[in-house]
Ligand binder design. Structure first.
Ligand SMILES: Nc1ncnc2c1ncn2[C@@H]1O[C@H](COP(=O)(O)OP(=O)(O)OP(=O)(O)O)[C@@H](O)[C@H]1O
Length: 741
């Protein structure tokens, strides 16, 4: 239809558009003017009838006059701005402060560049249905394919947004930055086929590609001591770019593809020069609290199953080998005095063995090593401990008597930790966390010192840090953990929409599939203390004082927070089969009490990770204690290949591609642990047949290479330990109660 002067007259009868002042007293007029222009724009450019346009104008004039004249005028303006005008054409009011406060793209690049991981705050309305506790990041990343014309995103676009025309600005474009609560008011979607003037003017261009991540948590870059640390790069392509979730005028270049939340990257340590995270003034838009983790999971699955090679660099398979900063505390293993075997690639059996809880013969690490590990694992993303009094503390590290305990702070790290904390925790968090620590310290002082000492030496683990790349396969699980556990805890300010932070996690599935590795990895990523409680030890060896041990462990965890408490075989403690007289009930009651307090506490930074291979034993009423329940399956072919390659890379071997494929085939149904043990048996094959006397003098280079025959010889010792029936049971349980199908 044609624009005629009558239209202007009509509008003038409805709005006073003469005011040009911006004083608060004229805000109503200014805003009305804005609305009028906005609607004119849409009206003049769309095929709607004059009558419809008039009705709409009238309707919104009434609606907005109510808003504008209300007591919370400013807030309401902010809340509704994008959902109406944004939907129209993306234009904003000339009112500067309104623009600053609202326009999300101003802050998105900042947030993105800070996270270096492609986290977008944009959540299209299509995703607002998911649940609290589910990751907005997932939603954002999975819904991004509305830019379906892009090479990387197209595969998901068709499945997830098939209803949306590609290469077009749809209503979801402008609304996509809104938290669901912003769109509570029904707004007519008057699609504008025209790009925003800001776009046209080039004011909303995607930011330049962010600098390559420099704070990626890995620690062997360039270290000559860790030549075999990482998996072959093929499985873990590097992160190429992150970008905002829009692209004016057409499909974004692939480098700007919205790629969702990438691997959590350590928050920049305070020591990094030029770090300006705290300095930007934009408040990130609260991501949408999601309902329905299932939909998330399905999206994630679709994402992963539809050729994620193109995109995984910015998602689950973030390559930690890239661009490591020597200044990041995660990479500070430069001291050659720590042997390779202690560097912790997750495949180090000695390290594994040394981490068994309650093992009295465990050799504690030397104090030097302890300090190194605490430096590495303890300062990755957030400080392992902090407090107000420098030098007021003893360290709860292994072997230190309780009498030395005053506070969990390692004195020389205190200041740095506090600075870290100011980056990772914001606002009141800092105060509350510190006060929570002090409270825990007081309690600990009144506890049985022998018990505390036992806990700090046996349960508080001094194990090498674990990187995501140490864990073969499990891409979806790793992505879910990063998005739904790590990020919300690391950046609570960005996840304020979540009613509760996910603080407890149940990893269920067959044994030996890497659940402990995952828990250790989480601790490493958090820079958290890692505490490992073995339920079987608690209910056997420590039954008499098991409840006190649990209590003391959580107390120490609070003192050492951030901390990850890992409880293996938790079904033994929570089983529905326990008789009323069973002494295990005391342990169960104590554990539930501790879980309750962790779940309800806003100040504690303690994550509880439990594992079980009998999830069905956990009574229904207790399932709720686990905010997330993730099935950790047997490794698939690719993961088995990675495990074998990784383990063999520490030896001289000779296997053709065909033989390797055969090994992968023959290990079908094996757990990761089975595969690891098979390799360990096979690699000693060349030693067989060498006379004992010669063994002491033989040089490694004189040994024959490990061959397929060595594997063949030991295969008979290994059988898949798990039946198809059990696997089906896990799948069923996962379907009913799991969070990641
Ligand atoms: N996905 C994996 N990637 C690499 N190694 C793995 C993986 N899964 C298992 N392993 C190997 O198996 C060993 C045991 O793994 P882990 O202890 O984490 O399993 P788990 O599920 O906790 O088993 P359990 O419950 O029996 O203790 C690891 O040290 C590692 O060598």
């Amino acid at each position: 239809m044609q624009w005629t002067p009558e239209h202007t007259q009509w509008a003038e009868q409805h709005f006073d558009i003469s005011s040009t002042t911006r004083s608060p007293a004229h805000k109503v007029e200014a805003y009305r003017g804005h609305l009028q222009r906005t609607y004119q724009y849409a009206w003049a450019n769309d095929d709607i009838s004059a009558l419809t346009a008039s009705n709409l104008l009238k309707k919104y004039a009434e609606k907005y006059s109510g808003i504008l004249e209300g007591p919370n005028e400013r807030a309401l303006l902010c809340s509704y701005s994008d959902s109406t005008t944004g939907l129209m054409n993306g234009r904003k009011s000339e009112n500067e402060s309104w623009q600053e406060g609202i326009y999300p793209m101003n802050c998105a690049p900042d947030v993105i560049s800070v996270s270096k991981a492609g986290m977008t705050a944009a959540l299209p309305p299509t995703d607002v249905s998911a649940s609290i506790g589910s990751s907005p990041g997932v939603a954002s990343s999975l819904s991004e394919p509305s830019f379906s014309s892009s090479n990387c995103g197209s595969h998901t676009a068709t499945t997830l947004h098939s209803g949306l025309p590609s290469q077009e600005y749809t209503a979801s474009y402008n609304g996509s930055y809104l938290h669901s609560s912003y769109s509570g008011q029904n707004t007519p979607a008057l699609p504008s086929p025209h790009p925003s003037p800001l776009h046209s003017a080039g004011l909303l261009q995607p930011p330049p590609p962010p600098a390559p991540p420099t704070l990626v948590p890995s620690y062997n870059a360039g270290s000559p001591n860790l030549p075999n640390y990482n998996y072959p790069p093929t499985g873990y392509p590097s992160q190429t770019a992150v970008g905002p979730s829009y692209s004016p005028g057409g499909p974004p270049p692939s480098a700007y593809l919205p790629s969702g939340i990438a691997a959590p990257t350590p928050l920049p340590p305070s020591t990094l020069p030029g770090y300006t995270y705290q300095s930007h003034n934009h408040t990130p838009i609260a991501p949408t609290p999601l309902n329905g983790s299932t939909s998330n999971s399905l999206k994630r699955k679709a994402f992963y199953m539809s050729g994620h090679e193109d995109m995984d660099s910015s998602y689950g398979n973030f390559n930690y080998n890239q661009q490591r900063s020597s200044q990041s505390p995660m990479y500070r293993i430069t001291d050659s005095s720590v042997s390779d075997s202690n560097r912790g690639n997750g495949f180090e059996r000695n390290a594994e063995a040394s981490s068994l809880a309650f093992k009295p013969t465990k050799q504690p690490l030397s104090s030097d090593q302890q300090r190194k590990y605490s430096m590495h694992s303890g300062r990755a993303l957030t400080p392992p401990s902090y407090g107000s009094t420098k030098n007021s503390v003893g360290d709860l590290r292994a072997g230190e008597p309780y009498s030395k305990f005053g506070s969990p702070i390692m004195s020389e790290q205190t200041e740095e930790h506090r600075q870290h904390l100011s980056h990772s925790l914001t606002g009141p968090d800092i105060g509350t966390a510190t006060s929570s620590i002090h409270a825990a310290e007081e309690q600990l002082k009144n506890s049985d010192s022998n018990l505390v000492e036992m806990v700090t030496s046996e349960i508080l683990q001094q194990v090498p840090p674990v990187d995501w790349s140490d864990i073969a396969g499990l891409d979806m699980i790793k992505a879910a953990i990063k998005e739904e556990i790590l990020w919300p805890i690391l950046r609570p300010d960005m996840f304020s929409g979540l009613a509760t932070l996910p603080r407890s996690l149940l990893l269920f599935g067959p044994q030996g599939t890497g659940r402990t590795l995952l828990a250790r990895c989480m601790a490493s990523q958090f820079g958290a203390a890692f505490m490992r409680l073995s339920s079987s030890s608690l209910v056997t060896k420590w039954l008499g004082e098991g409840d006190k041990i649990i209590q003391a462990s959580f107390l120490v965890a609070r003192c050492r927070q951030p901390a990850v408490v890992f409880i293996s075989e938790v079904d033994l403690l929570l089983s529905a089969q326990l008789s009323e007289e069973s002494p295990v009930n005391r342990l169960k009651a104590e554990l539930l009490m501790q879980l309750d307090s962790i779940l309800t506490s806003v100040e504690d930074h303690v994550l509880v990770v439990c594992s079980t291979n009998k999830p069905e034993e956990i009574p229904e009423s207790l399932r709720r204690y686990f905010t997330k329940r993730l099935l950790i399956p047997l490794p698939d072919g690719t993961a088995r290949h990675q495990i074998i390659s990784q383990l063999l890379s520490q030896n001289n071997y000779c296997l053709s591609d065909k033989e390797m494929s055969l090994l992968v085939q023959r290990t079908e149904g094996f757990s990761g642990l089975d595969v690891a043990q098979l390799c360990q048996e096979a690699v000693v094959g060349p030693l067989h047949g060498i006379p004992g006397a010669d063994l002491s003098s033989i040089h490694p280079s004189q040994m024959r290479l490990v061959s397929y025959q060595d594997f063949d010889n030991v295969f008979c010792k290994f059988q898949p330990n798990i039946s198809q029936k059990e696997l089906d049971m896990y799948t069923e349980w996962n379907k009913m109660f799991g969070c990641c199908q």
